[in-house]
Design a protein around this ligand. Structure first.
Ligand code: SAH
Length: 241
């Protein structure tokens, strides 16, 4: 079955947006994944088609109504977990992207205004996912980013599967530095090892550089990588005994 992204939004014109271009767009046209956009406003009950209202307890801004969102979820097709893009959510990472891409699809709710009535999140068991510790004006760019990250992992989308295995986060390491032509640019040469033709040395150099960058830039990932290596070694010892 084809992997399907269903996006619930009050700005359906924002989709497919960048997902119509490049890799994801080509894959969409080739039928490697499907995109369904649901206009939340179609499920409003009053003549003004309102989807939001003032917060109980006062305060600035508006809140998305639970009844309208619930109707939009119930009234639209879609498959896979229901996720709300939200700065309060668990931070999205490559591990989660891999598991979502491995499932049947995702149903994404794009928040707007101050957020969503809490009751619909509980009643519909909606999980919140965040892109990072910053605030967007709406969930649509976050939904597009999540879909893009999933789609490039679907079979047949990226030509060479080994390109995916080598890149950042593939095993809790950031990617090593990359170089291309010209070999000498503004007096700067590419590292000698990369033009040596010695594939073993190249592989070792890339790993050392990936480890150095991860240690310097992302102590959190470095810790995880070290812990995984330690448990691998412990596993090896158990096998030896
Ligand atoms: N008042 C809210 C922010 C609302 S921003 C708060 O303080 O938590 C409006 C919408 O943008 C949110 O409902 C969410 O859907 C989306 N959004 C904002 N920042 C995001 C982030 N970092 N990751 C994912 N979605 C985000």
């Amino acid at each position: 079955m084809t992997w399907q992204a269903t996006v619930l939004t009050i700005f359906p014109e924002m989709l497919p947006g960048p997902l119509a271009c490049s890799l994801a767009g080509k894959a969409l046209r080739a039928g490697l994944w499907r995109l369904e956009t649901v206009d939340i406003r179609d499920f409003a009950r009053d003549k003004h088609r309102s989807v939001d209202d003032a917060p109980f307890g006062g305060g600035p801004g508006m809140v998305m109504r639970p009844d309208v969102l619930d109707a939009a979820l119930a009234g639209s097709d879609g498959i896979g977990p229901v996720l709300l893009l939200s700065p309060r959510g668990r931070r999205l990472n490559q591990e989660r992207v891999r598991s979502l891409a491995g499932g049947p699809g995702v149903r994404l709710i794009c928040g707007r205004f101050e957020g969503v009535d809490e009751r619909v999140l509980v009643a519909c068991e909606i999980e919140e996912l965040s892109l990072g510790d910053f605030v967007l004006s709406g969930g649509e760019p976050a939904a597009i980013a999540l879909i893009d990250a999933c789609v490039r992992l679907l079979p047949g989308v990226v030509g060479r599967a080994d390109a995916l295995a080598e890149e950042s986060f593939a095993e809790s390491l950031l990617e090593y530095p990359q170089y291309t032509r010209p070999q000498l640019w503004q007096g700067r040469a590419v590292p000698e090892v990369l033009v040596s033709g010695d594939h073993r040395r190249i592989r070792d150099w890339r790993r050392t550089e990936a480890e150095r960058l991860t240690r310097e830039r992302r102590p959190d990932l470095w810790e995880r990588y070290r812990a995984a290596q330690d448990s691998d070694r412990a596993g090896d010892r158990e096998v030896d005994q």
